[in-house]
Structure formats: structure tokens, C-alpha cells
Write a protein that binds this ligand. Structure first.
Ligand SMILES: [Fe+2]
Ligand SMILES: [Fe+2]
Ligand SMILES: [Fe+2]
Length: 447
């Protein structure tokens, strides 16, 4: 095993955390750099309060993960050029610190960051959410994060306004002292600004801060169990985006691993295929919820957005050195053996073996899971379909191996989809599903 395929390595684990951060940016185009920008400002403030390395590392992760719970939430409202939210959307948005904290508390090694995340929208005067804490009842790190979050947002273009220049940001901070902001933290920020100590966002600095935070919070050796836990959380967030596919990524990971084993691939290849299974639909996070849940027929533009998801996911993985080996599997998981797939329409042996394996497991799971516009197929019926489509849709070798998997494996993988206590994304999935089913009759795309 090497650094790129060792799924229990720190580099791989840190790469997954970086992937999570990028996925959050992808969820909303204009927020792409928001988390990283908040982290850089928060670190600057944190250092001025003499926070130690441990606290700064937690502040870093708190800043970049604090809006994890926003994925898929109130999306239509946030796309609206007017900055107004309906009552329901407001309630959902106000619950995001709690949801983010639940998810973060389940990420191995980052549990201590959860309280900071939970309080990142509390206001000094007690009018914030979710608990309405006030004054010094709000942890100092969360007071810092509140200032950094707002200041970063003011410096960004948003659908309803242009970014503010530094002079106007200074005025806004001044106005918020004692209301939104702790007077001490707000004044400290103004002081740093006046001394020219607040710099424009810098990618290199962000990366270095990330590496330092990783070195500080993660042990040198990370167990495969912890990596699997992080992969499951990641997959839970991806699946939560599409209300009809709860547990889909986890099942595709389990089935793909079983097929790779059946085909006699070596252990590091099996591990990579399993990880690619968890992450194969990563790019769906950038597909708007209204498209994922749209009635049966998508128009051409909407279908193009759906077809974009393998490339969007691969694009993210490609930018993270320790995850680059997962790129091709993700990019080509919707290609077909006969060349009728997407995104490139490549055929036969030109399709990477990982993608061939993912494709058959993905299609089986789509067939056997219910979709709103049709009932699910039985295991037997789905197996028959795979058999019939061998050589056309599916690559013969992986599909042949798939067909020889004992029923026991399918049964076990299906059972493992019961929500676990540590999987904080699951209740969210359930809620989304209920909400969407009540308003929409059908869902559209597979896999
Ligand atoms: Fe937030
Ligand atoms: Fe897909
Ligand atoms: Fe899929």
C-alpha cells in the first residue's frame, strides 16, 4: 500500500475532510470560498487572543464545517434574489447549527469542535440562534466565529447585493458591537483592520492552515474503522441531497467491494473501490434539489445538470492529491459497455475497471430501491435484468462476478442501512424525504 491507496492513512483521511469542505462550497456556487475565507479571518482573530495551537486548530475546523448542516436546506429560498425566507425555510435555516454540530460530533477526532459549531450563530445580545445565549455564555471561539462569518459574507458578492468595500465593512462591524458581536472581539477586528492586518483571502495560507490543523488534531495512524466512519458520514450527506436515495452510496460501496473481492483484485484496489462507491455520487451535491425531485420528465437543461454530476464529483477529487486515485471511477460510473452512457460515451475496455464495477452495483441498487415514480424491482428481477444487459449496459467480467455473489451479501448490505446512532445525517434524510414526498409526486433520475 502507498499513501494514495492506504485507506487508513492520515493523508487519505485529511483528503476526505478537504473533500467535505469543497463539497460544501460546491453546494452553492457563490459560497464556494466562504468557509475557507471565514477560517482565515477567524485564525487571525484567534491569534490576537493568544489561543493555543489546539484551540486554533479547532477554530479552523469549526469555521470550515459550521455550515455542513445547510446542505440541501431551504435551497430555493437561498437562490431567490430577495434575501427573504418563508417561515418554514427560516426554521430550517435556524436549525443548521444544531444539525452541523450533530454531524461534526460524529466525525472521529473532531468531536470537540461540535460545541463551537453549535453556537456559531449566537448573538452577543441574546437574539441569535439556536439557544439565544448571550454575552460570555457564548464560548470565545464562537464569538470569534460570529465576527469572522459575517465579515467574510459582507466581503462577498451575493445574489441580492454586491460585496462591501473595507470602509463599509468597518462601519457594519462598528454598528454590530454589543448586538451581533462581542464588543471585545469586534473591536479587536477593527484594530486589526486599521493596522492592515486583515488580508485578502489567500489560497496558499488556507492550505497551510489546513495542514497545521490536521497535524494537530489527527493522530499519525488512523484506523480503517475511523476512515469508514468518515466515509459513511460523507456518503450520508451526499445521499441526503437526493431524498429518494437514502443509504444508496453505502450500499454501492458494500456491493462494489464484494465484486472486487470476487474478481480477485488486491486489497488496496478493493479499498479504493469501496471508497469510490461511497463517493461516486459526490457531484450530486451541486445538482439543485428541485431537479433531483422534479416530475418524471426533465427538460434538456435539467438533464444536462444531472449528467454533469460524475464530472463535478471527479473535479473535486482531482484537486485533492490523496483522493486522486478515486477520480476515474467517479467520472465514468455512468458509462455503458456499449458506449451509450455518459458523460463521454466511451465503451468496452476503455472504461476503467473501477467504473465498470460501480456501474453494475449502482444500477442494481437503483432498480431495487423505490423511486417515487415507480415501485422497486425484486432482487430476482434486478438480477435477471443485469444478466440480460450483460455485454450491452454492463461490462461482462464485473457483471458476471456480480451475478455470482451469494444472496447473503445482498441481505447483509440491505440490513446495514438501518440508521446508526452515530450517523447524524440520517434523521435529516428522513425529514427531507417526508417533506419532498408530500409536495412532489415523482422523482426522476437513477443511480
Ligand atoms: Fe452558519
Ligand atoms: Fe451517479
Ligand atoms: Fe449512484
Amino acid at each position: 500500500m502507498n499513501a494514495f491507496t492506504d485507506r487508513s492513512g492520515r493523508a487519505f483521511y485529511a483528503g476526505l475532510l478537504e473533500g467535505l469542505i469543497k463539497v460544501m462550497g460546491m453546494w452553492h456556487g457563490y459560497l464556494f470560498q466562504h468557509g475557507p475565507r471565514v477560517s482565515v479571518i477567524a485564525l487571525r482573530l484567534g491569534r490576537s487572543f493568544d489561543l493555543d495551537r489546539q484551540q486554533l486548530s479547532e477554530l479552523f475546523f469549526g469555521a470550515v464545517l459550521s455550515d455542513l448542516g445547510m446542505i440541501g436546506l431551504a435551497e430555493e429560498a437561498l437562490e431567490n434574489p430577495k434575501p427573504s425566507l418563508t417561515e418554514g425555510a427560516r426554521t430550517e435555516v435556524q436549525s443548521h447549527p444544531k444539525r452541523s454540530a450533530d454531524t461534526v460530533s460524529a466525525i472521529p477526532y473532531l468531536g470537540d469542535v461540535a460545541p463551537l459549531v453549535a453556537h456559531h450563530h449566537e448573538w452577543w445580545d441574546g437574539t441569535g440562534y439556536p439557544h439565544g445565549l448571550s454575552g460570555d455564555a457564548i464560548p470565545l471561539s464562537a464569538q470569534i466565529l460570529r465576527v469572522a462569518d459575517t465579515v467574510a459574507a459582507l466581503g462577498e458578492d451575493r445574489p441580492h447585493r454586491s460585496k462591501l468595500d473595507p470602509g463599509d465593512i468597518r462601519k457594519e462591524v462598528q454598528r454590530a458591537l454589543g448586538h451581533e458581536f462581542s464588543p471585545e472581539v469586534g473591536k479587536r477586528f477593527i484594530g486589526l483592520m486599521d493596522q492592515g492586518e486583515v488580508h485578502d483571502f489567500n489560497d496558499t495560507f488556507f492550505r497551510q492552515s489546513m495542514l497545521k490543523a490536521v497535524e494537530h488534531l489527527l493522530p499519525a495512524k488512523i484506523s480503517g474503522v475511523n476512515t469508514d466512519q468518515l466515509l459513511e458520514i460523507f456518503a450520508g450527506l451526499i445521499d441526503a441531497k437526493d431524498p429518494y436515495t437514502g443509504g444508496h452510496s453505502r450500499r454501492v460501496a458494500g456491493l462494489s467491494h464484494a465484486v472486487a473481492e470476487r474478481m480477485g483484485l488486491d486489497e488496496s484496489a478493493q479499498a479504493a473501490i469501496r471508497a469510490a462507491g461511497y463517493l461516486h455520487d459526490l457531484g450530486k451535491v451541486s445538482v439543485p434539489l428541485r431537479i433531483l425531485t422534479t416530475p418524471t420528465h426533465l427538460d434538456e437543461a435539467e438533464y444536462l445538470e444531472v449528467k454533469n454530476h460524475p464530472g463535478a464529483g471527479a473535479h473535486i477529487l482531482q484537486t485533492i492529491p490523496s483522493l486522486q486515485h478515486l477520480t476515474t471511477g467517479v467520472r465514468y460510473h455512468h458509462e455503458r459497455w456499449d458506449g451509450m452512457g455518459y458523460p463521454e460515451g466511451i465503451s468496452g475496455g476503455r472504461i476503467p475497471i473501477v467504473a465498470q464495477i460501480l456501474a453494475v452495483c449502482d444500477a442494481y441498487d437503483a432498480m431495487t430501491s423505490g423511486r417515487a415514480y415507480r415501485t422497486s424491482k425484486s432482487h430476482g428481477h434486478a438480477m435477471e435484468t443485469v444478466d440480460q444487459c450483460l455485454d450491452t449496459h454492463f461490462a461482462p467480467r464485473p457483471a458476471g462476478a456480480f451475478l455470482t455473489l451469494p444472496f447473503e451479501i445482498f441481505h447483509r448490505i440491505k440490513l446495514s442501512e438501518q440508521p446508526r446512532e452515530r450517523d447524524a445525517a440520517q434523521p435529516f434524510t428522513e425529514r427531507l424525504r417526508t417533506r419532498t414526498r408530500s409536495t412532489r409526486r415523482t422523482a426522476r433520475q437513477e443511480g
